[in-house]
Design a protein around this ligand. Structure first.
Ligand code: HEC
Ligand code: HEC
Length: 334
């Protein structure tokens, strides 16, 4: 009965003219497809989505997570370094929140082990949202709509920062971008990549980019030196991993960034100094591999990189519950 079922199954697939993708086995490559998000607690994800968009978690009442990780623009702000409270110039480029759950740790230097640990950082960072965890809790606690949401998710009406960061992290775990052209190709669809992109992927593998940019996130699996063959010239004072470990040997080691959706996450590098993908690829070739690519080769690698743009998270903009008379007032200036 099983056999017959299989025969019928294949017959149907052929009859419907489905692409080979449905039948072929996955390819054995150093990059794997992005898995779909599995949502275990839908109510918590919805709450986290509201918090991600809520500027009342900032002192000014104006800056939300989405201000610097704009989900309409690849989860970044597309500027060199971020703008924080009081228009302060941030020290470092905002990495994308898309697929960040697949990284070995969070931040360029990996100083937060998890999304939950990371989420508390920006709220209290004076150069970002400039709030305190206590005030963030007070604000949400004063809003009945939020108290009801938290009660539903956590079974408690008394909020704390842990609940806030749990919910934000649960939402962030859903921000994955499966089914890019490259992933369709990985799953066996020979027609998903152009000849140029495929040549770019070969070059990416053969010249050694893949030694650092690998795994499902095409990065995010290790810390590596920026400037292996030639030093990287930068006006930025960021030292990377050494800031966490205190070891001199870790100077200028950064978490290898994901190359997923890299077409959307310009400008590039921790200081945001490379404004185009062509420039970033050229610098990577020279500094990391001692290799000078021709214009044609750069075009091929860029075509491959653009095939890494996946399905962006899509949802209705959350409507946030209104503040009350008791809600602490925002301080937009000062
Ligand atoms: C003022 C701009 C700004 C705001 C607001 C902001 N971030 Fe960030 N975010 C950044 C910057 C800049 C970095 C990189 C900092 C570093 O690596 O030292 C970052 C890093 C991250 C990362 C790490 C990604 C990775 O791959 O390493 C995550 C996740 C993240 N932010 C989530 C959030 C969440 C959640 C909020 C809201 C609670 C938030 N951010 C608010 C600018 C911002
Ligand atoms: C030795 C490890 C290593 C190799 C090899 C390597 N990279 Fe990178 N790559 C990194 C690191 C580390 C960064 C972050 C550097 C920084 O921001 O200062 C990075 C950043 C990038 C970025 C910018 C991403 C962003 O969001 O800012 C691109 C694009 C990139 N690499 C492409 C490539 C290509 C293409 C190759 C092959 C020519 C390559 N890399 C080879 C480690 C490596």
């Amino acid at each position: 009965m099983n056999k017959q079922f299989t025969r019928v199954g294949i017959g149907m697939v052929l009859a419907l003219g489905l692409s080979q993708a449905a039948l072929a086995s996955p390819r054995n490559e150093p990059i794997q497809p992005i898995p779909q998000a599995t949502i275990t607690n839908g109510a918590m994800v919805e709450l986290g989505k509201k918090l991600f968009f809520d500027p009342r978690l900032s002192k000014s009442g104006f800056i939300s997570c989405n201000s610097c990780h704009n989900l309409s623009m690849g989860g970044t702000d597309n500027i060199k370094t971020s703008i924080g409270h009081n228009w302060q110039q941030g020290p470092i480029n905002s990495p994308t929140v898309l697929n960040s759950s697949l990284n070995l740790a969070q931040f360029w230097d990996g100083r937060a082990a998890s999304l939950k640990e990371q989420a508390g950082g920006p709220i209290a960072n004076p150069g970002e949202m400039a709030f305190t965890h206590e005030l963030a809790v007070d604000v949400l606690q004063s809003i009945p709509g939020y108290v009801a949401d938290f009660a539903q998710v956590f079974g408690k009406e008394s909020l704390n920062i842990d609940m806030i960061t749990d919910a934000i992290a649960a939402f962030e775990e859903t921000l994955v971008t499966p089914n890019s052209d490259f992933d369709l190709w990985l799953k066996g669809d020979d027609n998903a990549l152009t000849a140029q992109a495929l040549a770019g992927y070969q070059l990416f593998k053969d010249s050694g980019c893949v030694a650092c940019h690998n795994g499902p996130n095409v990065g995010g699996t290790s810390y590596q030196k920026m400037g292996v063959i030639e030093p990287y010239q930068s006006a930025s004072t960021e030292v990377g991993r050494a800031a966490v470990t205190g070891k001199d040997a870790d100077r200028f080691l950064f978490k290898v960034p994901t190359l997923r959706n890299v077409e959307l996450t310009y400008p590039y590098f921790h200081d945001g100094e490379a404004s185009t993908l062509e420039e970033a690829v050229d610098i990577m070739g020279r500094l990391q591999l001692g290799r000078v690519y021709s214009e044609q080769e750069i075009g091929q690698i860029v075509a491959f990189l653009k095939s890494l743009t996946g399905e962006q998270p899509r949802f209705e903009l959350p409507i946030l519950p209104p503040s009350t008379n008791a809600t602490p007032k925002p301080i937009p200036f000062g």
